[in-house]
Design a protein around this ligand. Structure first.
Ligand code: PLP
Length: 363
């Protein structure tokens, strides 16, 4: 079962009987002679600590091979190497601002075209598909609007048109969904978030379904070297050991927070997909987000997610600050919206903290 696999991840990694995986800091590995190798030559290419993580993660995802990267954005960029000038990519309309920024860069610099679409609107989607369509890039729970996308029909459509499906599964993790086992081609994560789980590692991971994609990504991963360090690889494995209990508790807490603030006098909308620890709140116009963020005490005003602590983010000036005003407003990202990554604290403490800060936030 997955929870057993997670708790015991990378137990007995080598012949020594060690019960956690060692950290191999060596960047170079000795050769017994020309053409002879232990399988490890140079750390940019392959490192034993990184391999422990990558092999364990590919197994969790039901994938062929994983590539650990120095950040979630390096994971997104690794996938961008698959695109050529003239390719068209269909992308979730609402998504992480940093991903929007890198796609904007690829569009202006390399002539790859990105169309932002609602993946739940099949008719509109079909209108966008043409001979140049190379990939779907999907956040199955969008950031920050928390809209859920039904992936199953998309895999079928993508297969019919020979389109790659790339899923950014950061909000869900392999504990909640394993898109490669259902028909996706590539899954990526910002492992900085739930995978690491403790706000102390910047990391990403890309997992592919077959050897052909693995060969292509290996080339770019090794060529550039935005690879994950041995220590960070160790920390991700340590984080994974408790992923299931952290996720379960975050979701349990998030459900309580969403239910409590639904219909609350200060809150216009609770945006919650129901299946993760992530939710967003839209304030009524007579409440100030600025004042609210100055008054929270248990929750932390910080720009990340997926840790043990409840983080509150203000997408308007943080995660989506780089998006042009017009694009942000189209997505409902304005100065009334906050995003919460619900942690594993006591749910009442989180709710009472938000409640007391709201009381101090009337304009
Ligand atoms: N994808 C999603 C959904 C994210 O939320 C983020 C970061 O917040 C990223 C990718 C980028 O990851 P990183 O910050 O680890 O580079």
């Amino acid at each position: 079962m997955l929870d057993t696999k997670l708790s015991q991840i990378s137990l007995n990694p080598d012949h020594t009987g060690a019960t956690t995986n060692p950290i191999y800091l060596a960047t170079a590995y000795e050769h017994e002679g020309v053409g002879k190798s232990t399988g490890f030559d140079y750390t940019r290419t392959k490192n034993p600590s990184r391999s422990f993580f990558e092999e364990a993660f590919a197994d969790l995802e039901g994938g062929y091979q994983s590539f650990a990267t120095a950040s979630g954005m390096a994971a997104v960029q690794l996938c961008c190497n698959l695109f050529n000038s003239g390719d068209e990519i269909l992308v979730s309309f609402d998504l992480y601002g940093g991903t929007f920024r890198i796609f904007d860069f690829y569009e202006s610099k390399y002539n790859v075209k990105f169309h932002y679409v609602d993946f739940n609107d099949e008719a509109a989607l079909k209108n966008h598909i043409n001979n140049n369509t190379r990939a779907f890039f999907i956040e199955p729970i969008t950031n920050p609007s928390m809209e859920k996308t039904d992936l199953k029909p998309l895999y079928k459509l993508a297969e019919q048109h020979e389109i790659l499906t790339i899923i950014d599964n950061t909000f869900l993790t392999p504990y909640l969904s394993q898109p490669l086992t259902e028909g996706a081609d590539i899954v990526l994560h910002s492992a900085t978030k739930y995978i690491g789980g403790h706000n102390d590692v910047l990391a990403g991971v890309v997992t592919v379904k077959d050897s052909e994609l693995a060969e292509q990504l290996f080339l770019y991963h090794n060529m550039v070297g935005a690879t994950l360090s041995p220590i960070d690889s160790f920390l991700l494995l340590r984080g994974l050991k408790t992923l299931h209990i952290r996720m379960d508790r975050s979701i349990e807490n998030a459900k309580k927070v969403a239910a409590y603030f639904n219909g609350h006098k200060s809150i216009k909308d609770v945006l919650y997909a129901g299946t993760t620890g992530m939710l967003s709140l839209r304030f009524n116009d007579n409440y100030s987000v600025n004042k609210f963020l100055e008054n929270i005490e248990v929750c932390t005003f910080a720009e990340s997610l997926g840790g043990t602590e409840t983080f509150i983010t203000f997408p308007f000036t943080q995660t989506h600050a780089e998006m042009p005003d017009e694009e942000r407003l189209k997505r409902g990202i304005d100065d009334t919206l906050i995003r919460l990554s619900i942690g594993i604290e006591n749910a009442d403490d989180i709710i009472n903290d938000i409640e007391q800060a709201l009381e101090k936030s009337i304009k």
